[in-house]
Each structure stands twice: as C-alpha cells, then as structure tokens.
Write a protein that binds this ligand. Structure first.
Ligand SMILES: Nc1ncnc2c1ncn2[C@@H]1O[C@H](COP(=O)(O)OP(=O)(O)O)[C@@H](O)[C@H]1O
Ligand SMILES: [Mg+2]
Length: 330
C-alpha cells in the first residue's frame, strides 16, 4: 500500500525556563493509504506534539521543528510557506482535537461552521456547501441532519458535538485524519460509538487515520498498525497483531500486559494502559542513554550511555532496544 504521510527523523525542540526540551526526537512513522495507525504511550510522550507538527501547528516560539521531514503525498510540509499550509490544513489533512467543546465556535450554527470550511477550501456555491454540511451530519449519524444543521453547539450533547467535529474534519474529504484522543471527554458508551463511527467512516471514505489514544481496546479493534512513543521517541512500530502478541520493547510489554485477556474475555471492560512504575523523565534532562532505562527492569550498562537506534525485527516490525541482539535484527 502506498504511503500517504511519511514522517522521518523529526526533531522538535521547545525553549523552556529549565532549558531546551526535545519533545520529539528522531520520530519516524508512516501512514499508508486507507489504514488506521494507532499512536500509544503515556501522557507527555509526544503524541500530541507529533500531531501538531504534522498539522503545522507547533507554536513558534517557543517551539520549532529543528530537523527532519514530513511529507504528504510526496510534498514536503516542514518547509512549506504558512499560506500554503493553511490551504492544506482542514482540506487534505484534518484533525480532531482532544477537547471538542473548545474547537466548535459557540456563536455559529453547526451547519454554517461546516459550510465555511467547505467554502474556504473548495470552489463551490454557498448552497452546495450547505448541502455538503447536511450530508456530513448525516454521514456522522446525526438524526434529522437538515434540521440539526441549524442548531448551535450548546444545543447538542457531548457525543453529538464530537460527531459534528468529525463531520467538520471530513467535510473536504481529506487524505489524512488525525484523531487526538477523540473520546477522552465522553462517557464509555459514547466512546464506543465514536470509535465505531471512525472505523465505519474509514471504510466508507478511505481516509487514512492516525488514532492517538490511551484505549488499548480501541487500538486492538481499530488500528491496522501501531507506533509506541516514549519520551519523544517512537520506540516500537508494528502491525497491531505484532504489537499485541509479540511486543519486543519492555515499555510496550508494560503498556499492554493486560491486553491478552481481551481475547479470553471479549466482554470484559476495555483495558487501559497499565501503570508502569516510575514516570516519564523531564525532557530537559535526558542524557545520551535510553530514556526508558531508569524504569526498565532489564537495564544494562550500555542502556545508560547509548540511546538504541530503531532496528527491524521482521517485516513491518521495528524496535529501538539494546535487548534485541544483532542477529534478531533483520
Ligand atoms: N509549550 C510547551 N513548552 C514546553 N514543553 C511543552 C509544551 N507543551 C508541551 N510540552 C511538553 O511536550 C511533551 C510532549 O507533550 P504532548 O505531545 O502533549 O504529550 P502527549 O500528547 O503524548 O500526552 C511533554 O513533556 C510536555 O510537557
Ligand atoms: Mg496529548
């Protein structure tokens, strides 16, 4: 499958009072046509920063993309002028943010908000844009879409607002949709509905999706492949099966240690990332060794001095860990 979005060796730095924080360090990941890529990792690992970098929304200052590349259909985004990026954002790449309540404008009808986005990016009449807005509301499962299009955000429930956000994000038929913890603010039943909706929309529209989530159950059900992040690094990437059944990095193993039970008892509560002892270190204090070393049960001398590079263990499966012996790396 062809690669739609290719992130290579991305480095993002933030100036902070405590010094330079390298929030993304040599991050590489790719998103293929029509797939769902899950990004998992504890809070503060750089998942949202990865999303914001792709969207061209890293606040500069204090942040900046120091090096690396982000390419969309072969077009480099990191060096693109702001005006050109604005034309791509919301059009060819869209994002659903963590807090839907703050992303919808409270003073405009939802139909107008979707129409605006269509008018901004596509050469259509106002009437056609409104029609598209109603179609999008229908697509995301809003009942009586033609009537609902005239509602204001506060007239809708949290789950319905998140549906509107998804409709808004998909209105221009983007190649790539980034969903950053799209269900955090919703209750469990509604979360499951939104995940189902994303899966169905992916199948219907063919949009490739990056799904950032804490919910390993959702990853197991939705994602084709998974990238695991720790302290600004991607430390393991593989197919969802490889990550769940054969995780290689001690951090990944810690994260998913509760997941195998999912298949034994499909009716069980969705498992969440299991706590791993210790915390993500301050990004201003990372030395030259592996960032996970202070929390790792298998730590060796060289882990303290040298950061492991990412290596391939099989087709599609790559890991950054000194535990993997040279011969295991394909
Ligand atoms: N404005 C900022 N200045 C400095 N560091 C920041 C800023 N915003 C976020 N960070 C740091 O960037 C790191 C990655 O954050 P983020 O991508 O939001 O994590 P995640 O989405 O995985 O929870 C965190 O350590 C966070 O403290
Ligand atoms: Mg985040």
């Amino acid at each position: 499958m062809s690669v739609v979005l290719d992130v290579k060796d991305l480095v993002v730095d933030f100036k902070t009072r405590a010094g330079n924080a390298r929030v993304l360090n040599q991050v590489s990941l790719d998103l293929r046509e029509g797939e769902i890529l899950g990004i998992v990792g504890e809070s503060g690992c750089g998942k949202s920063m990865t999303a914001l970098s792709i969207m061209g929304l890293i606040p500069n200052p204090p942040g900046r993309i120091t090096s690396g590349s982000i390419s969309l259909d072969g077009q480099e985004l990191t060096s693109m002028p702001a005006a050109k990026l604005r034309a791509i954002r919301g059009n060819r790449i869209s994002m659903i943010f963590q807090e839907p309540m703050t992303s919808l404008n409270p003073v405009f009808r939802i139909g107008d908000q979707i129409s605006e986005s269509v008018l901004l990016h596509q050469n259509v009449s106002k009437k056609e844009a409104w029609k598209r807005a109603v179609e999008m509301l229908e697509l995301v499962g809003i009942p009586e879409p033609a009537v609902r299009a005239r509602s204001y955000p506060h007239e809708l429930s949290g789950g319905m607002r998140q549906r509107v956000m998804i409709g808004l994000a998909l209105a221009c038929k983007p190649k790539v949709l980034i969903a950053d913890e799209p269900t955090t603010a919703l209750d469990v039943t509604v979360q499951a509905q939104i995940f189902d909706l994303l899966k169905n929309l992916q199948e219907e529209t063919g949009t490739a999706i990056i799904l950032i989530t804490h919910d390993m159950g959702a990853v197991a059900e939705l994602a084709d492949r998974v990238s695991v992040m720790y302290a600004g690094h991607v430390i393991e990437t593989g197919s969802t099966r490889q990550i769940l059944d054969d995780p290689r990095h001690p951090y990944t193993r810690g994260l998913i240690s509760c997941v195998p039970h999912l298949e034994d008892n499909p009716g069980d509560e969705r498992p969440y990332l299991e706590e791993i002892e210790g915390v993500v270190p301050p990004l201003t204090e990372l030395g030259t060794g592996c960032a996970f070393a202070p929390r790792c049960k298998h730590v060796m001398d060289r882990c303290l001095t040298t950061n492991p590079v990412i290596g391939r263990v099989s087709q599609q499966h790559s890991v950054a860990c000194h535990l993997l012996k040279e011969k295991e790396l394909a």
